[in-house]
Design a binder for this molecule. Structure first.
Ligand code: HCA
Ligand code: CU
Length: 466
């Protein structure tokens, strides 16, 4: 790619905290097996550090950390914990590479107490770090709520952490109130005062997590904290996909394997039940979909007219929707992709027919073929391969919350509608697969979902849009 807008003169590490911060997302919990699968995939795509959890939260969180630490992954495995000796010991017992010791450093976090408490905070942090170092662990110190911490105290406590043996310090924007300018300046100043490497961890409460994370890297941070799909407390933190792609597109910095991001995102969508909105950058359904006739004509002539970076960069494909906004070029290109070649006059008639149906938001291949048949009088259905559409009924086990399963189903690719229904079955979904083999595979995936007792599949023979 040739579009380098800015330079970063140092190495950038990616720390993924989907398993720790991400599991702090409301309504989200991962099983140990799911965590292991996520960790393996993160490692495979080249994430440098994996924050696996805080072992003091619960027995299963601790177990997941231990199992991931034993996996022999290339990434450094971290446990998060409070600045307390028993917590540090618990973290050390998980055999992780590094412990991330955190303590709230802002006035609010120090509970509005004065100087004496600042001294206590420094003492707590120093003791916890020294203890972790004695256990042979690398240490990151996190000055929680750093962005609202008095700068003088922030540098004091960070220097104390450095002297106690921390070799990384995280400066989080815990409540997401920073702006890029302010973050850049904060990191520039801290980089001058501290010897250790700095991590940035930006929350997205004002929608600025990605911009702030990049600004922190410009200011001197060497590690960016991210989660898959931007999961995390409240509005979450910077998403891995946005940071990794922005680093490539804006700075020409390579981090993880970008073409694996959609699969990873989908895996976490399934495990978490949190489905990204269609207009989510990079991994959202609409991220590379063009609609208005003028846009489509431009993109068909040269994709860069309406794309800042190509979908292939992350292993995706450009899509073009066909509805009343559509022009001649879009319909022609779609039909030709299906193997249907019409003259300009016939094509113009199809566009006219489409514009006469303003409430249809998406003309599918089958709808276009039907219009083409109407206009040409030819039986095109017989000439080209068609998709397989089916209705699948799902019965859930009686002790299972139906909506939880409905959400899982919603996250599966190719499922386009999910209904919770009355009757012998609990859920009904509609599926459009590219082939019978793909439909079969979908059925297997549905049956694998925990709590699914039985399914019944009906193949669609004919469909009428109303
Ligand atoms: C938390 C707070 C934290 C820590 C970030 C970090 C934050 O949930 O414990 O360790 O870098 O946002 O301040 O996530
Ligand atoms: Cu956080």
């Amino acid at each position: 790619m040739t579009m380098v807008f800015k330079r970063l003169n140092h190495r950038i590490l990616i720390l993924d905290t989907t398993l720790r911060e991400g599991e702090q997302t409301p309504n989200v919990t991962f099983t140990i097996e799911e965590k292991l699968q996520i960790a393996r995939k993160l490692d495979e795509i080249g994430v440098n550090m994996i924050e696996a959890g805080d072992p003091n939260v619960s027995r299963d969180v601790k177990e997941a950390i231990r199992i991931i630490a034993k996996e022999g992954l290339k990434a450094e495995i971290l446990a998060h914990c409070r600045a307390l000796i028993p917590d540090v010991e618990n973290a050390a017992s998980c055999d992780v590479d590094r412990v991330a010791i955190f303590l709230g450093t802002s006035k609010t976090h120090l509970k509005h107490k004065l100087r004496r408490d600042e001294e206590n905070a420094i003492e707590l942090v120093t003791k916890a770090i020294e203890h972790a170092r004695e256990q042979g662990l690398s240490v990151r110190f996190t000055a929680e709520d750093a962005s609202r911490t008095d700068y003088r105290f922030l540098t004091r406590i960070c220097k104390a952490a450095e002297d106690a043996g921390a070799d990384r310090i995280s400066i989080p924007d815990t409540v997401g109130i920073m702006t890029p300018d302010k973050v850049r300046e904060l990191f520039q100043n801290l980089s001058k005062e501290l010897r250790v490497e700095l991590d940035t961890h930006c929350h997205n409460d004002l929608g600025m997590a990605t911009a702030n994370t990049l600004a922190a890297l410009e200011g001197g941070a060497t590690a960016a904290h991210v989660t898959i799909n931007g999961l995390g407390e409240r509005s979450g933190i910077a998403p891995l996909s946005e940071i990794a792609v922005a680093l490539k597109v804006i700075y020409d910095v390579d981090t993880v394997k970008l073409e694996e991001l959609p699969a990873l995102s989908l895996m976490v969508e399934r495990f978490s039940g949190v489905v990204p909105a269609p207009n989510t950058p990079i991994i959202g359904e609409n991220a590379f979909t063009h609609k208005a006739g003028i846009h489509v004509a431009g993109v068909l002539a040269d994709p860069s007219t309406y794309e800042g970076f190509p979908p292939e960069l992350i292993g995706r494909q450009r899509e073009i929707v066909i509805d009343k906004y559509t022009g001649f070029h879009a319909v022609k290109s779609r039909l030709e992709r299906l193997g249907v070649y019409l003259n300009d006059d016939q094509m113009a008639k199809i566009v006219q027919e489409i514009k006469e149906r303003p409430t249809i938001t998406k003309f599918r291949d089958a709808d276009l073929i039907e219009l083409a048949e109407k206009i040409t009088g030819r039986n095109l259905q017989a000439e080209i391969p068609t998709k397989v559409e089916a209705l699948i009924r799902v019965k859930c086990e009686s002790n299972i919350y139906t909506t939880a399963i409905a959400r899982r189903l919603k996250a599966l690719k190719k499922i386009n509608k999910v209904y919770e229904v009355t009757g012998n079955y609990d859920i009904e979904v509609t599926v459009i697969a590219d082939s019978t083999a793909e439909l079969n595979e979908m059925l297997e995936r549905i049956r694998e979902i925990e709590g699914v007792e039985a399914t019944e599949t009906q193949l669609v023979l004919k469909k009428f849009e109303v």
